[in-house]
Design a binder for this molecule. Structure first.
Ligand SMILES: [Zn+2]
Length: 87
């Protein structure tokens, strides 16, 4: 059985999906059952899932994102520059 420290260290180093199947199994088991670090490390794993998902779909997300037309972008830049000068 892994300790809380081992689980936290290996989650802070890399994506848990990259671990060996055996280690991944014990890590998931620990996080599921541990009263001390379970809640926190579950969130760490979820954020790794989100990052992985974003990386896998980055191009689609980028393509679906509404684009600002260049003239409006310039106007917005000038507005922001003017506002930062006021402060
Ligand atoms: Zn723990």
């Amino acid at each position: 059985m892994l300790t809380c420290k081992q689980v936290s260290q290996s989650l802070s180093k890399e994506d848990y999906e990259k671990l060996s199947p055996m280690r991944k199994f014990f890590l998931k088991l620990h996080v599921k059952l541990c009263f001390f670090c379970g809640k926190f490390n579950k969130q760490v794993m979820e954020s790794q899932d989100m990052c992985r998902c974003f990386r896998e779909h980055e191009e689609e997300i980028e393509a679906a994102r509404p684009k600002l037309d260049p003239s409006k972008k310039e106007a917005l830049k000038e507005l922001l520059a003017a506002q930062s000068k006021e402060q």
